[in-house]
Design a protein around this ligand. Structure first.
Ligand code: GRF
Length: 219
């Protein structure tokens, strides 16, 4: 049985599209059943509809409290029989009650190698810290922002002359590969929560190392 997925967005939805495209493969263990945006004019809503999906705007400004907005999202998810939530550029902090209710059934992608550079502008944070390797992380959502158990990570080099924008582009390309992989692992049960960490089962491909800068043949 394929898992029924809801994707929560606030913006352009490029990660959402990567998930939608991956889920078209017959063997993929998840179906994208619903897209929800808290911003009615998010470009991702139209992209989802153009891909033939149900896409709802639930405007957080229509609700007096964070909890009331979260309850409306929760009701929409229950109505669709959603098994698993993917946050993809969803720019709302959730109430602890919502995050707890969906604990183990909600994942997020963040454009840093967590636990470094949580919160806003992680690419600029990485540049400011002077790291040579940056990247992205898919993790379970817990009430604490960007702090949930890590499912999968992808690394990219930070290049001389990078700006936050050029680094964000390079990380985004990696995000589009990582998120479909991570969702496959979670939806198939190959990744499972074990206390505060994620256990991976089976033969997951592993690369050798990424070095930045990288040595040439003669050092
Ligand atoms: C991505 O970089 C994601 O990691 C972050 O917000 C951005 C969303 O981009 N949380 P998109 O809407 O998926 O194109």
């Amino acid at each position: 049985m394929k898992k029924r997925i809801a994707i929560l967005i606030s913006g352009r939805g490029s990660n959402m599209m990567a998930l939608i495209e991956a889920a078209r493969a017959p063997g993929y263990p998840a179906d994208i059943a619903l897209v929800v945006s808290n911003r009615p004019h998010a470009p991702g809503l139209e992209r989802a509809r153009a891909a033939g999906l149900e896409a709802l705007a639930i405007d957080h400004k229509d609700f007096a409290t964070r909890e009331a907005f979260d309850d409306a999202v929760d009701a929409a998810l229950r109505e669709e029989g959603i098994d698993l939530i993917c946050q993809a550029g969803f720019m709302r902090i959730q109430s602890a009650a919502f995050a707890t209710r969906w604990l183990g059934r909600q994942i997020n992608i963040h454009p840093s190698l967590l636990p470094s550079f949580k919160g806003l502008h992680p690419q600029q944070q990485a540049l400011d810290a002077g790291v040579r390797i940056a990247g992205c992380t898919v993790h379970y959502v817990t009430p604490e922002l960007d702090a949930g158990p890590i499912i999968a990570q992808a690394a990219v080099p930070v290049l001389p002359g990078d700006t936050a924008a050029t680094l964000a582009d390079r990380i985004l390309t990696a995000e589009h590969k990582l998120y479909p992989l991570a969702l496959r692992l979670v939806a198939s049960g190959e990744a499972a929560l074990d206390g505060g960490r994620v256990l991976l089962q089976g033969g997951v491909n592993q690369p050798d190392c990424l070095m930045s800068p990288s040595p040439s043949a003669d050092w």
